[in-house]
Design a protein around this ligand. Structure first.
Ligand SMILES: Nc1ncnc2c1ncn2[C@@H]1O[C@H](COP(=O)(O)OP(=O)(O)OP(=O)(O)O)[C@@H](O)[C@H]1O
Length: 262
């Protein structure tokens, strides 16, 4: 453990990472990264391909547990509690810290069932009426209700890519998460669908802590208030998005945002 493990979280801190390193077998993909993720902001992780953005994101809900060769060192806490502690229920953790992936991955089930599935396994509802309320409110929050309210029985996989991604966001929302992790959520979408997801992220800001990995610097500038720039497995700089994009401290950040590499 590093020297700054006991930094007290500020009032708005939702998750903290302290001296986090990740190895895939002998290869170190992430080196000693520390960050605070706040409740009310969208935080963007940017940097060139292979710099460790996704690897770091996946530490926040222990998604790296699913990779046999991966080993995580350091500490990650949610509301001050170590999520790697032996008594942490990983299924519960992934409901509290939801994830949206690069490629929309709805279940091959109805739109309704895509949303109802999580609340059912987590025991959040019993009656049909309760499920109806959850499904409607999650779809409304994800900006999808008006488009799908008359075809809730149709398959989630029959929708457009952008609708599928909003369905996946609605599915994450349905279990009432505190944090939503998004790993390049627009990379498979066209510009119009991308704009809708960006609007949605802005609508969700404040209700959930949101962390988004993106290749697209304009997207980071549009949707986030905090930005972390990664390079070769290290976090080079972290700060207000406006500062990172207009007046970064580090030369490597400046070179990246001005397009000199990446
Ligand atoms: N499952 C894995 N097994 C072995 N190495 C991996 C695995 N996943 C990622 N890596 C390696 O770890 C490093 C960081 O990868 P990661 O996917 O986190 O980067 P990234 O910044 O998200 O890149 P991209 O933008 O291309 O997705 C890379 O060198 C990558 O090859």
């Amino acid at each position: 453990m590093g020297h700054n493990v006991n930094v007290p979280p500020t009032l708005t801190t939702k998750m903290t990472a302290r001296n986090v390193s990740v190895f895939y077998g002998p290869k170190q993909a992430l080196k000693n990264v520390s960050i605070d993720v706040s409740r009310e902001n969208v935080t963007a992780f940017i940097g060139p391909s292979g710099c460790g953005k996704s690897t770091f994101l996946r530490c926040f809900n222990r998604m790296n547990d699913t990779v046999a060769s991966a080993r995580v060192e350091g500490e990650i806490a949610l509301d001050g509690h170590d999520i790697y502690a032996a008594d942490m229920d990983v299924v519960q953790l992934r409901a509290r810290v939801g994830m949206v992936f690069q490629k929309p991955n709805p279940f091959p089930k109805s739109i309704y069932e895509n949303i109802a599935y999580g609340p059912r396994i987590h025991g959040l509802a019993r009656s049909k009426a309760d499920f109806d309320v959850i499904v409607e409110s999650a779809l409304k929050r994800a900006g999808l209700w008006d488009e799908v309210k008359d075809r809730l029985g149709e398959s989630g996989t029959a929708m457009s890519g952008g609708q599928q991604q909003r369905l996946c966001i609605a599915r994450a929302i349905a279990v009432d998460p505190e944090v939503i992790l998004m790993d390049e959520p627009c990379s498979a979408l066209d510009p119009i669908a991308t704009a809708k997801i960006e609007e949605l992220i802005d609508d969700l800001r404040g209700r959930y802590a949101i962390v988004i990995v993106t290749h697209n610097m304009q997207q980071a500038a549009r949707v986030s208030q905090k930005t972390a720039f990664f390079h070769l497995g290290t976090m080079v700089e972290y700060g207000d998005t406006s500062t990172i994009f207009t007046n970064p401290v580090e030369a490597r950040t400046k070179d990246y945002i001005t397009g000199r590499y990446g």
